[in-house]
Ligand binder design. Sequence first.
Ligand code: MF3
Ligand code: CO
Length: 289
Amino acid sequence: MKVNRNDPCWCGSGKKYKYCHEEFDRRIEKARLEGHKVPDHKIIKTPEQVEKIRESAKINMACLDEVAKQIHEGMSTLEIDNIINDVTYGMGGIPAPLNYEGFPKSVCTSVNDQVCHGIPSADVILRDGDIVNVDCSTILDGYFSDSSRMFLIGNVSEEKQDLVRVAKECCDLGLEKVKPWGFLGDVGEAVHTHAEEHGYSVVREIGGHGVGLEFHEDPFVSYVTNAGEDMLMVPGMMFTIEPMVNAGTYQFYTDESNGWEVYTLDGEPSAQWEYQVLVTEDGYEVISN
Ligand code: MF3
Ligand code: CO
């Protein structure tokens, strides 16, 4: 599609294209011709959209802060779901997981060898030594935020503590690679290299995603990619860094009785943190974590 250089820019800034995203588009086109995956305009967020998503993220982080205050041994994961509902609706938001592709609850709670998509239940009681991921996703005025944290219950073995710490370090190292005109593979390489240095593996078929205007947008974000591979990162792109780091094999299975809950194939524990990240003009901004 050919735009007139004097027409208003496609981004909605009101500025002439030639003074706005013309150079930006030229750099994207160059990367595309060099064989790289490149982002579509529809996943580039405007400053106004970013502001709305930041508001959504305030609720998202408030939910996890409240879980952090209340989580304890003997509590059921359904009680975590209740906290998410109370905080989210209390602040005017909607929990994104509820009824999403049939998901029955408002948050994912994944304990020990559960990799992701654990369904909160009155029957799942947090026990001494458990590690649990609470993955919270929020809608406010149609804008999405998504982040997750790990929580340790009581006396956790050193092995599990190390896994949780290294999984967080993987996110932090990946985050440092987020910058415009780099590649998602730069993030992926930083993540899986660190995990593997500790003898861990990274789940392959489940990963991160674009987020903000929808719950799950392009691109799929893999953490087993290598530097220079995968999609070009450009300012205004927003995606999650959320590698699932397994103590043993990266292989997993899904509980067919509910179609959601994912477990490690070898029964070894898995840990995951999730950051929602914006690519800025000179690096990144963490929108939610
Ligand atoms: N919150 C998950 C993510 O980080 C997605 C969960 S889908 C759900 O992408 F339906 F289980 F909520
Ligand atoms: Co996510």
